[in-house]
Design a protein around this ligand. Structure first.
Ligand SMILES: Cc1cc2nc3c(=O)[nH]c(=O)nc-3n(C[C@H](O)[C@H](O)[C@H](O)COP(=O)(O)O)c2cc1C
Length: 171
């Protein structure tokens, strides 16, 4: 089975990528899966202009010519989807949000195809549930059955000895 993993972190080898690789390993232990990764950071995706063309006339009438069609083709070809974003200020990253905005027309013409999906998020400690729920809701509107919501809490940055001396830690 072909799985497409879409990563919305601007950090290519960051916590979210590492969590996604761990998920890949776990899944490969259980079945025959091929993974392909799309790093939104490396794609050319313009910001939605809000022209409503895609919503009122059709997805193919978006005036922006960039990597959106390529990503949608890969989603079409794959048997399953993994949506990955770290929590940035209590929500998905702007990279992931812009990607979701660019597929806004799909929310207005939901087509159920029943492919399986997993949503995955990493966080420093807050906003995980909301972020996972948001990605789950969107992925379901895109026609997927979301099988699992995976969350990983990681310290956002290591407290260096130098920093510890500068800050007063209360607890
Ligand atoms: C701009 C920014 C905003 C963040 N906002 C939150 C937040 O609202 N809540 C939280 O618990 N962690 C927050 N974090 C921490 C990240 O969610 C966490 O470190 C995550 O694992 C980073 O994943 P990445 O390495 O794939 O970028 C934020 C980090 C950054 C850089």
């Amino acid at each position: 089975m072909k799985i497409l993993t879409i990563i919305g972190s601007p950090r290519k080898k960051g916590n979210s990528y590492q969590a996604a690789k761990k998920l890949e390993t776990e899944m490969k232990n259980k079945g025959n899966y091929d993974f392909e990764y799309i790093f939104l950071k490396d794609t050319h995706l313009e910001i939605c202009k809000g022209c409503f063309n895609c919503i009122s006339k059709g997805g193919d009438l978006c005036p922006l010519k960039d990597d959106r069609d390529m990503i949608e083709e890969k989603m079409q070809e794959a048997d399953g989807l993994v949506m990955v974003s770290p929590v940035y200020v209590m929500q998905v990253t702007s990279l992931m949000k812009n990607f979701i905005d660019r597929l806004a027309y799909r929310c207005h013409r939901p087509v159920y195809h029943g492919k399986k999906a997993i949503v995955l998020s990493t966080t420093g400690g807050m906003g995980l549930d909301k972020t996972l729920k948001y990605m789950k809701d969107i992925t379901e509107v895109w026609g997927y059955d979301v099988e699992d919501e995976c969350g990983l809490t990681t310290p956002p940055f290591p407290y260096s000895e130098k920093l510890k001396k500068k800050i007063r830690i209360k607890y």
